[in-house]
Write a protein that binds this ligand. Sequence first.
Ligand SMILES: C[S@@+](CC[C@H](N)C(=O)[O-])C[C@H]1O[C@@H](n2cnc3c(N)ncnc32)[C@H](O)[C@@H]1O
Length: 283
Amino acid sequence: MSLIEVRDEFRRSLNNLYSVNEIDFYFKSVLRSCLDIDPIDIALRPNLEVEKNQMEILDKILLELSEEKPLQYIIGEMSFRSVELNVNPLVLIPRPETEELVGWVLEDYEHLERETNLVDFGTGSGCIAISLKKEQALFSVLAVDLDESILELVKENAKKNRVQIQTLQADMNSLDQLEMEVEVIVSNPPYIVPNEKEEMKKNVLAFEPHQALFVPKEDPLKYYRHILIFAQHQLKSKGRIYFEINPNYLNELEGLILSFSNYTVKKRLDIFGKARMLRIEKQ
Ligand SMILES: C[S@@+](CC[C@H](N)C(=O)[O-])C[C@H]1O[C@@H](n2cnc3c(N)ncnc32)[C@H](O)[C@@H]1O
């Protein structure tokens, strides 16, 4: 088959699931990442013959896309701000809202003059930890997650982006056992309650790790509470916490934060206009 025929086959097979623009974007990404073919060849060399082994790869990918597997898991990599990350189904696919959270931290610490300790709780792919280190070299970063296999990916991603960060396997439910002095805490913890599943897309529910997404409905703020308990003793005076949050729990979370201490709390909306980020500053 020629390149243009394969592109048309992609459009035909996927048109009940995705728009033409999405399909073309997927096709170009797959050519670039999996076959080392420059997508410009669709226009310049439409009759380029796709070889048998390349067709086998494309057929497998077409099947995965028709099952709604996210493209990022299929090609195994994605961009996040200034970094290129490997991703796999153990970790959440980083979201644009989280890029905004990182942007807020960087704005506040743009003029750092000395090394500053920062912890990222629930690091996943390491997107927050690695991009912060890449864009502000004076951060001394610790990335925390529950599973060693996730931290292996974080180390791979740090190496890929030539940054040095520390990793720690720890459970956010038992942070009282952690002793360290911290100046900045950043976290995008699991925050979706099970009854929000109905509004979620199949590709998220079927493929992304539920450990990264869900919290019990009886205790939706549990990770925030554990981090706030940790911060009572370990966050230095004038230190800050940056949270990505579930907009549906904004008021409850603000109440919880203020029940701990006389923190200064600031809210920020994401590009979709939703209250998605909080900054909490210690006196
Ligand atoms: C919403 S994801 C965020 C991942 C990444 N920081 C991001 O922004 O894309 C939450 C992360 O918390 C981790 N996690 C869930 N429960 C945890 C626990 N009890 N202790 C430590 N990490 C946990 C998950 O493995 C997942 O990587």
